[in-house]
Write a protein that binds this ligand. Sequence first.
Ligand code: NAD
Ligand code: MLT
Length: 528
Amino acid sequence: MKVLVSDSLSPQGMEILQGAKGIEVEVKTGLSPEQLQTIIGEYHGLVVRSATTVTADSIEAAHNLKLIGRAGVGVDNIDVEAATKKGIVVMNTPGGNSMAAAEHTIALILAIARNIPQAVASMREKRWEKKRFMGMEVFGKTLGVVGLGNIGIIVAERGLGLKMKIIAHDPYISPDLATQKGIELVPLDELFTRSDIITIHVPKTKETENLIDTKAISKMKDGVMLINCARGGIVDEEALAEACRSGKVRAAAVDVFAQEPTPSNNPLLEVENIACTPHLGASTSEAQENVAIAIAQQMVAYLTEGTIRNAVNVPSVDAQVLTTLGPYLNLGQKMGGFFAQTCPFPLKNLIIEYQGEVTKYNVAPISSTILVGILSSYMEGELVNEVNAPFIAKERGINVRESKITEEADFTSLITLRAKAAGESHTVAGTLFGKKEPRLVVVNEYLIEAVPEGNILFVENLDKPGVIGNIGKTLAEKNINIGNMHCGRDEMAGKSVNIFNLDTIPSADIMEKLAHLPNVNSVRLIQL
Ligand code: NAD
Ligand code: MLT
């Protein structure tokens, strides 16, 4: 496996990558998106920080790429949607640099409250302007934290330590968590109107782009202070520059910019009461060591064992969970394959039901492998994996509904797939025997006990004497051995299904002959 490190990574992370068996590491920094696109095809893994931009074009050209690892939090320099579509895992290292970014935020709050950047610059020019730099205490002031995740919460806690009143806006966290920490959760507009200092700690998303624009600033207190250590583009740079010039905003601090490195004509660089730092939030040796070690370990774990940690586009499955879920993942993929090859198309609404012991686990990875099994049955040549399967299913108009059933089943665990297609209902259920061995136990109205493996001959027939004998004879004539055979019958209707595990694949001629045997309704070859 070849891994490209395209931004500088701390030596501790490099050591882990270089020491991993079967992984060859190359370092090429300073690549433009076009240069990356030219060379990415030969790599299986890519490690970036924030300087590399991974575009949809690079991802298109990344024929061998399995994983993009971001040493840091923000993944806005990676086209995650394109990666997901291509089945590439994208992971980051949440938490590794949170302390650094939070401390930088606090440093900037205190710095701009006391005019430190301007005072330092004035002293350097050998001036003594004591009266000019009258500051403001943060004690007793209201700090509004937008986004109460890893960094926001540390900033809030430090703010409490500085005896500030903390209010926060984050629609995605539980109000109890905030209350326990002594933080009042408020709507965004209320945060704007009540805060003396506002600090931003949300990811850059469609929802947060230009969250702080002229309109938002107009709702804020006169003389508010504003800090953005999250991402460029969340605060409208022109609007902030203008508000600082007019005095509406007393002072601002900005660590992140819409374009990085910042072009020299960026309006924020011109205004005296704005302190800018060149994306220094995570620039501590501790944070760089943390994120480099974390991403290197995560990359090695995925490339060598398939365990997924901190992925942003696929559910995480660590080594321990993989051991427990492994047999279910195998069962799910086989069931998906069997389902797709026996179900009438087009498949529109798929219901995946989980019952019994399996409901104790996070079943999302199992659902993904079921979809892999279904989609790879008819998408030959295209890579379908657990990363892109939910995406491809959606794109193909397959609605997937997942449910956990609390009632006890006849089996320790039972997974049932149901769909209605071409006016017919189709059901396949499976379980694990002895905790590991996959078995199909229901196909439509038939109870069976079949091994979903290899080449399967699936026969629907009338429940009459001689059918199985004729099938066995036809196969034997062509020297095709039956490894296993399972029968399920519907006594009321006098019909049955027979599932044969064959050692070799019957030719089209034999399939034709089987289909025309007396009392045989249909014959299908299923390959799992
Ligand atoms: P996180 O995912 O732990 O927290 C983000 C929080 O924002 C979450 O709690 C989420 O619920 C909340 N959120 C999402 N959308 C929201 C919205 N519309 N309104 C309010 N809240 C919303 O992320 P984090 O590690 O705390 O990072 C926060 C930001 O800081 C990110 O943008 C990240 O890229 C950036 N960051 C910058 C630096 C730096 O060097 N300056 C370093 C690390 C992280
Ligand atoms: C992050 O998202 O982790 C930070 O912005 C720091 C960095 O860019 O590495």
